[in-house]
Design a protein around this ligand. Sequence first.
Ligand code: SF4
Ligand code: SF4
Length: 436
Amino acid sequence: MQTNFTPEQLLDPQMRESEQILRTCVHCGFCTATCPTYVLLGDELDSPRGRIYLMKDMLEGGKPATGEVVKHIDRCLSCLSCMTTCPSGVNYMHLVDHARAHIEKTYRRPPAERLLRKVLATVLPRPGLFRATLALARAGRFAAPLLRHLPQGSRLVAMLALAPKVPPSRPVAAAERVARPQGVRKGRVALLAGCAQTVLAPEINAAATRLLTRHGFEVVSARGEGCCGALVHHLGREEQALDFARRNIDAWTAEIEGEGLDAIAITASGCGTTVKDYGFMLRDDRHYRAKAERISALTRDISEIIGMLDLPEAKPRDLVVAYHSACSMQHGQKIVTGPKSLLKRLGFVVKDPAEGHLCCGSAGTYNILQPEISTPLRDRKVANLEATRAEVIATGNVGCMTQIAQASAIPIVHTVELVDWATGGPKPPALAHPPA
Ligand code: SF4
Ligand code: SF4
């Protein structure tokens, strides 16, 4: 694609990067067929190619974002399906991240929307605040019909619907900063506790810790680590995201320089995609660039680490699992067959749902901010998963688990919970106490 940035504009490293990305797009439109919003809405401006034109026009002209551009960029899930499909290697992720930051700086949203986005950016990264908000949301469910009439009402209702019907369990063994390995120590891994997942599904990291320690790994929760920054990054709050990244980098660097780390393990693929990108995000920060690159290079999705363990071949077991590949797993991190192979090796019968490349509509805060698109995507995903007639759904991202659980009666678990169970751990709570 031909671009017309001025030499002055290209002095800005971020603009230079975006210009390079724009130049790789050859307008072929292959990406449109696999874009969930285009599939659903059928509007070229809600396709990757259409959005690329909008972003080019906005950035090249040095213009503030218009309401029209914001509408179509906000509708993008950042699912990155287009990056998997694109034959030309267009890095849509870095381009849309730049566009979102530009929107945040140049566009004034209506007051109620600004407030909602501020609340999300404040509450979600802080587990204590998030836990308290969930309790309020459960209590406030009865008010949903009234809320619909307020500005941003449909979004408030979507937020209430996401709150689990039963209070999330307390963090499992959160006090244990270091979990010692069984037997000889073979390695040392930092496990990201993160933010929302510690509140919504603490059993995931508990399973990962049991599994890793059983296989000789010491598992540490680095002092000072927290939200990876993905949630606010996708809201265009660049500085806040970079602050979260720097804090985590400091926490993990202290561990590396202390007792050492063989890997940083992440059990939420949405977070993993972002941490693997810290090196890029901080490329212009001379104090953090090298440290960020080292952290990104050490980061692994938990399925990648499990894939290196010496797991036994198991006998076939009588449990049919539908594997839902989170977008951040398959498109963001390009981890496609690994988790399924693990489950098959452990004897599970694994089914692939139709349209596995399409997003479930969760996408960070998307299911709150864009319920009109998120809900049909969720229902389409659930229909495809249920058509497999599986007894359990497995995935690697807590956002997808929350989203799918809203509409499906099939229990949903994290892949690591099944692997833990199959290798000596307890039955996952969602299977031991399936939804009524
Ligand atoms: S990231 Fe997903 S929603 Fe956004 S343009 Fe690409 S395929 Fe479409
Ligand atoms: S597939 Fe790639 S090159 Fe083709 S229009 Fe989409 S982004 Fe551009």
